[in-house]
Design a protein around this ligand. Structure first.
Ligand SMILES: C[S@@+](CC[C@H](N)C(=O)[O-])C[C@H]1O[C@@H](n2cnc3c(N)ncnc32)[C@H](O)[C@@H]1O
Length: 374
């Protein structure tokens, strides 16, 4: 077991839930020792994990950096391996430019005992973003100082998630429809929440195919269906592009199907997981009142109820469903999240829920991780 720090993304609660699911998915034995939640991209977790986490880290969606910890106390910078070019990232405490430079000079002194070293100082940032690290990786070492209570932990970044790849998936694919698409980073998170490593995975509201693309990229047997022929055509275009760009042989199954008729569309296939963001109603022009939100949610639940009835027809027992239910930001500042006791009646058990999306949005994602137990 090794000690690491994981730098969490914008939504630390979701990142932590993902990290735990990711650990189960790839059997990484992650134990969270400390959590520190700060503003956007500044939160981190100190963990213990198998070294394999370095191999799989590229597949995590909600975290930014994996930092291998070297020691406790500033003196442990002596144990860092020499690097000609390095930078310094500080987490867990506000630093000013002077202090940050001082850390840099200390490290430089240590490295200089071996050979010359240069402190790379990008503009106005005391925590190196992954974009900059990737540009210089692995030549530029990102030395990381993490302040936890009254101790400081020293480490170095060993892996980052690739924002260029995620951006490419988002904007370079032929069919981009931001209003109905989920961000590729979130698709990646949802695949981890499903804990699926092999088998057949379905997105029955596939739209332009973001989730199917992620499943295909990860080498899973992906299936995508949508009620609209146009969307299936869009998803096909995106998949063709993905296969070419990322040199993937495997082709997912894409077809037109009403979610209520899955058994008819797949008479012989059984699925190991369903990962989906369904139709969430017409876009809202304003934040609804509680009464309006309840009315909209009730209307949508009719479709969701039928969808889950249909899921039961095609899922293997014990499989996981990652499903985004809509929650509504109300005009009075509250968020309306619905409970759905009918899920249990249909043989599904909600394992946990986690929210995604800022409160200023009218619709917030209420992500459910559900097990099919009957
Ligand atoms: C929110 S979008 C999914 C977006 C997708 N996650 C993406 O990122 O591209 C919902 C999709 O559900 C489809 N849909 C609506 N009702 C459906 C039904 N009864 N069966 C299957 N698909 C349906 C719509 O055509 C739409 O493409």
């Amino acid at each position: 077991m090794e000690k690491y720090a994981v730098i969490l993304g914008k939504n630390p609660e979701l990142s932590l839930v993902e990290l735990k699911a990711f650990s189960r998915r790839f059997r990484l034995g992650v134990r969270i020792l400390e959590e520190r939640i700060y503003g956007s991209n500044k939160s981190f977790a100190i963990i213990q994990a198998k070294e394999d986490i370095e191999k799989y880290f590229r597949w995590i969606g909600g975290s930014l950096k994996l930092v291998r910890l070297i020691g406790e106390g500033v003196d442990s910078i002596r144990d860092l391996e020499y690097s000609k070019l390095f930078t310094v990232s500080v987490y867990g405490r506000r630093v000013d430019w002077k202090e940050w430079r001082r850390f840099g000079s200390m490290i430089k002194e240590v490295f200089k005992e071996k050979d010359s070293a240069k402190f790379f100082k990008p503009a106005n940032t005391y925590a190196m973003p992954s974009e900059l690290i990737l540009k210089g990786f692995p030549k530029v070492k990102d030395v990381v100082l993490l302040f936890v209570d009254d101790k400081v932990l020293v480490g170095e970044t060993v892996r980052v998630t690739d924002p260029f790849e995620l951006k490419k998936l988002d904007v370079e694919r032929p069919v981009v429809r931001p209003t109905i698409s989920i961000p590729p980073r979130l698709a990646r998170v949802m695949v981890n929440l499903s804990e699926i490593r092999r088998g057949n995975v379905l997105d029955p509201f596939c739209g332009t195919g973001t989730i199917v693309m992620e499943l295909t990229l990860q080498g899973l047997n992906a299936y995508g269906t949508d009620i609209e022929e146009g969307r299936v055509r869009d998803a096909k275009k995106n998949i063709d592009w993905l296969r070419k760009e990322f040199r993937i042989r495997k082709y997912p199954v894409l077809k037109v199907c009403d979610v209520r008729r899955l058994r008819k569309c797949f008479p012989r296939t059984r699925f190991d997981a369903i990962i989906t963001e369904p139709y969430m109603g017409k876009p809202l022009k304003y934040k609804p009142s509680r009464g309006e939100a309840i009315k909209i949610a009730k209307g949508l639940d009719r479709l969701y109820y039928q969808a889950f009835e249909s899921f039961a027809d095609v899922l293997k027992r014990g499989s996981i469903i990652v499903f985004v239910f809509p929650a509504f930001s109300l005009s009075n500042g509250e968020v309306y999240r619905r409970n759905r006791p009918w899920l249990e009646e249909l043989g599904f058990k909600v394992l946990y829920r986690v929210s995604e999306g800022e409160e200023e949005h009218r619709i917030v994602r209420d992500i459910h991780v559900i097990k099919f137990i009957r």
